[in-house]
Ligand binder design. Structure first.
Ligand code: BGC
Length: 366
């Protein structure tokens, strides 16, 4: 029987035999290349975890950051979590499984990444918290952001200057719309604005007619435009039927949009000064057509450069450049931070500032 088989094999024609061997060889090469991909240790992988690419800021900034990192020879993997916290946790775990050497994380919510951060710590992967601080963990190594308190003081100072509050010959009605209570930045924005305006609130030059005078009362879950609009509509219907609202301090552009939409529904008084933050395209258009007064510009290239620089320094073993080691206590430790400088934008400077920085083209603003 065995003899019989050998004889059969020997009788296979040499050409067929050659083809068979070649096919086996190719199959073997394919399996070994795809199954046992080993990482080139000289190429470092940077994992970027972002809340969602539906939000203009994160869609633009993650791609700019990826390009800068690639120019420097890093491999980059970006994951967007569709604003879903459990998805963000598993995406970070996935980035760790893919051997990320550094993680750059823009959290959806400051305090919700515990499990994923524990895993990063176990693998000794440095984590840079980008824009929003990751709280309640010691696994976050560094924080890059804009000076969040300063964003608020810029808004407050703008109101103070435009209404010339030091020489006011009448009082002004004011309302506040703050951000998401789950976002560590939101309190900094609100407090910065209130701290500048407090002397005028105390003296009665500024009056919060609704009486909603704390972060908790003014907060907007998820920074959601519809929720900001709903709250503003309620305030207008309850307190501003026969009096004007002069100022509305909205912490950012999504909430400012809610306020301007609420005013459009039924408000008949003189139009208020409205603040914002981010220079989102629709809000800049509103600034140009008078539906919003100002926004705060956080030039992404500043934040991206600071973050990419930090990545370089981590690998080079040089001391990592930070400019704040006092402000950002995350519930476990003070996170060494690099804070970039924001600036205000209004109808007088927005075209010049936003186009010269390359943030928008002239066509986009038309
Ligand atoms: C960011 C703001 C943004 C807000 C809502 C904050 O953490 O710093 O720029 O407007 O989130 O997305």
């Amino acid at each position: 029987m065995i003899m019989n088989r050998c004889c059969k094999l020997n009788s296979i024609k040499p050409k067929i035999w050659k083809t068979f061997c070649l096919a086996v060889l190719i199959m073997f090469m394919f399996i070994s290349l795809s199954g046992c991909k080993t990482k080139d240790p000289s190429v470092k992988t940077i994992g970027i975890s972002a809340p969602s690419n539906d939000i203009q800021r994160w869609a633009v900034e993650t791609v700019l950051m990826r390009d800068k990192l690639r120019e420097k020879g890093y491999e980059v993997i970006i994951q967007y979590a569709s604003s879903d916290i459990s998805m963000q946790i598993s995406q970070i775990e996935n980035l760790i499984a893919k051997d990320a050497d550094v993680l750059i994380v823009i959290p959806i919510e400051s305090a919700s990444l515990g499990e994923a951060m524990d895993m990063a710590a176990e693998h000794e992967i440095p984590v840079i918290s980008y824009d929003m601080l990751i709280t309640n963990t010691d696994a976050v190594s560094y924080y890059t952001t804009f000076d969040n308190y300063r964003v608020g003081t810029i808004q407050g100072q703008y109101v103070k200057d435009k209404l010339d509050l030091d020489h006011a010959d009448r009082s002004y009605n004011i309302e506040f719309t703050a951000g998401d209570p789950g976002d560590n930045n939101a309190g900094f924005f609100y407090n910065g604005a209130v701290d500048v305006l407090k002397p005028y609130l105390d003296s009665g030059v500024l009056k919060i007619v609704s009486g909603q005078d704390s972060f908790g009362k003014c907060a907007t879950p998820s920074w959601n435009t519809e929720k900001a609009q709903q709250r503003a509509e309620n305030i207008l219907a309850s307190y501003y039927n026969d009096t004007a609202v002069d100022v509305w301090v909205a912490s950012n552009d999504t909430t400012a949009l809610g306020v301007s939409s609420a005013l459009a529904v039924s408000y008949k008084g003189s139009y208020p000064l409205i603040t914002g933050q981010d220079c989102t395209l629709i809000n800049v258009k509103n600034i140009l057509n008078g539906k919003q007064t100002m926004s705060v510009f956080k030039d992404p290239s500043l934040l991206i450069d600071a973050t990419v620089n930090m990545v370089d320094e981590i690998f080079s073993g040089k001391p990592v450049t930070v400019n704040d080691t006092k402000t950002y206590y995350n519930g476990v430790k003070i996170v060494p931070s690099y804070l970039c400088e924001p600036v205000y934008v209004d109808k007088d400077n927005c075209i010049e500032l936003l186009t010269s920085s390359g943030f928008y083209t002239i066509d986009q603003l038309q």
